[in-house]
Design a protein around this ligand. Structure first.
Ligand SMILES: *[C@@H]1O[C@H](CO)[C@@H](O)[C@H](O)[C@H]1NC(C)=O
Ligand SMILES: *[C@@H]1O[C@H](CO)[C@@H](O)[C@H](O)[C@H]1NC(C)=O
Ligand SMILES: *[C@@H]1O[C@H](CO)[C@@H](O)[C@H](O)[C@H]1NC(C)=O
Ligand SMILES: *[C@@H]1O[C@H](CO)[C@@H](O)[C@H](O)[C@H]1NC(C)=O
Length: 490
């Protein structure tokens, strides 16, 4: 008996020591720039552990495990690594970031690499374009002159997407997917259109070319008269489907943080580009006030970011787990470009950062890794690159007042190309493809086979994870057996 008690006590003591030392290692103090930087560095170290595309045999810019389906999240990750350098000055990851951003640009330098044909939507492409655009705005080191340049890459994506503007259905807008074989080709969604709006607004502010501003306005006006956005309450919904005959007008009721985030950033860029046009100010404030209600709920103190639609039920999917990272990054940008918003935004970023680090401790893939829910006091034990990105993003966003303003064509150094996008091959946009060909039965069977294959691969992967007892033991040790709801499903 005695020996069991002693063993138990040692075990508990060890567990406490282990977890407290990790929590102490973060020790975030928002009054100290050095502390925010070192916490960001610790979180970045763990975030990048999820990436192996730079290792021998890896594909630069690809995240492992769920293969091509998280291509977009890799674009988001490398965008965040560009921001990490801007916020902290730490260039540890600059080379792998540059390598990833150039490799996935693909042969036509427009972020339409052939490997992604069956999965890539306008929204996915936009997240890579944002990484390139941030690199231009933040003066991230330029690529070798023989390689594509940051600004030109963003312009290439803009040109591709402008070429896909679809005025034949529902009065305009972009489809979600641009490959006619992909699910989502008959849908128009907020993240695709909101990202195109944001990209156009950023290009307008950077280049001062009014063609981009006109596209931003046109996209915005289409969105607010569509079911995607309520032009009275600034509620932002996800998407709606349509047929050749009619448009579904019921997109709600769920609101996601990244959808309103992209509208906040886009309106902030337009506000700044127009030197404070009251029309854009009213819109920006409208989104911020709705974000207060929906994503910083009063019941949890009113300042901690919550992905309310899935965190409570614990069923956030792979994509959704990373959404808070984008709302955080875009709130920070809005605070810079529209300084009048700082008194509203900074308390959200501060409280959310302190709430986020309080649920970080140990676990796979090593280092200090974070749980998903920030509004609870205890680490929920889930581990995922999305969780990690959200915590890292909200912490580093607190450095927004310590960094130089985003550059534009006068202060920046990136070379543009207003006609970039089609590469050497003059690839048609999907509108051109549709005009010349119809979907055949062969295509449909191909798509079905591919789906079946992906399902089998996913099942195999889950089986593989569960069969690896080493993972189980490691988790058991790290959590002292106290956490029952971690992602290996024990
Ligand atoms: C496309 O996939 C092939 C095979 O996995 C790989 O060798 C190549 O590097 C990939 N290209 C890109 C741009 O990811
Ligand atoms: C506001 O939204 C409604 C409903 O979608 C739409 O009918 C109306 O045209 C919109 N107003 C403006 C100014 O966009
Ligand atoms: C535009 O952004 C800059 C910071 O980049 C800021 O100093 C300026 O005040 C902003 N303009 C307006 C109208 O708020
Ligand atoms: C402005 O942008 C448009 C759209 O890409 C382009 O066609 C035009 O050439 C640009 N104008 C200048 C002066 O660069």
């Amino acid at each position: 008996m005695d020996i069991f008690l002693r063993a138990f006590r040692t075990f508990i003591a060890f567990h406490l020591l282990f977890s407290y030392s990790l929590v102490d290692a973060l020790g975030l103090d928002l009054r100290s720039t050095d502390s925010i930087k070192s916490t960001s560095r610790t979180l970045a170290e763990s975030a990048i552990k999820y990436y192996d595309g730079n290792k021998p045999g890896g594909t630069p810019g690809m995240l492992p495990a769920v293969g091509e389906f998280n291509w977009w999240e890799a674009g988001a990750l490398f965008g965040q690594m560009v921001e990490y350098w801007y916020y902290t000055g730490d260039n540890t990851y600059n080379d792998i970031t540059k390598q990833a951003l150039l490799f996935q640009a693909g042969p036509d330098h427009n972020y339409e690499p052939e490997n992604q044909t069956r999965t890539e939507g306008n929204d996915d492409q936009a997240f890579w374009a944002f990484a390139a655009m941030s690199a231009a705005e933040m003066k991230f080191p330029n690529p070798d002159p023989k390689q594509p340049q940051w600004l030109a890459l963003a312009q290439a994506v803009f040109n591709r997407q402008a070429g896909r503007w679809d005025s034949k259905h529902c009065g305009g807008g972009l489809r979600w997917q641009f490959n006619p074989l992909n699910n989502g080709f008959m849908e128009k969604n907020t993240i695709s259109n909101g990202c195109f709006f944001q990209l156009a607004a950023r290009l307008a502010r950077y280049t001062k070319n009014e063609t981009y501003a006109d596209w931003a306005t046109k996209t915005y006006e289409w969105m607010v008269q569509s079911p995607l956005i309520s032009n009275k309450t600034y509620e932002v919904y996800d998407g709606f489907s349509f047929t050749e005959e009619k448009c579904n007008t019921q997109p709600g009721p769920v609101q996601w943080s990244y959808n309103i985030g992209t509208m906040i950033a886009g309106t902030a860029f337009m506000y700044n580009h127009t030197n404070g046009d009251p029309k854009w100010k009213e819109r920006l404030s409208g989104y911020l006030n709705n974000a207060q209600k929906v994503f910083f709920p009063e019941q949890y103190g009113g300042k901690t970011m919550v992905e309310y639609a899935c965190e409570g039920q614990g069923n956030c999917n792979k994509d959704q787990r990373s959404f808070k990272a984008y709302l955080a990054r875009w709130l920070a940008v809005a605070a810079q470009l529209a300084p009048y918003t700082q008194s509203q935004i900074m308390p959200w970023l501060q409280t959310s950062a302190t709430s986020a680090v309080k649920v970080c401790s140990g676990g796979p893939p090593g280092g200090v890794v974070c749980g998903r829910k920030w509004y609870v006091d205890q680490d929920d034990g889930t581990r995922d690159i999305g969780n990690q990105m959200t915590a890292m993003s909200v912490v580093q966003a607190n450095l927004i007042k310590n960094v130089p303003s985003l550059a534009d064509h006068k202060t920046g150094t990136s070379t543009g190309d207003a006609s970039a996008g089609n590469g050497n091959r003059g690839k048609p946009t999907s509108a051109d493809i549709l005009a010349t060909r119809k979907i055949t039965t062969g295509d449909k069977i191909g798509a079905w086979l591919l789906t079946t294959l992906m399902v089998l691969v996913t099942l195999g992967w889950v089986a593989f994870l569960l069969s690896d007892r080493d993972n189980w033991d490691w988790i058991h040790i790290a959590y002292g057996g106290s956490t029952s709801h971690h992602w290996y499903g024990r």
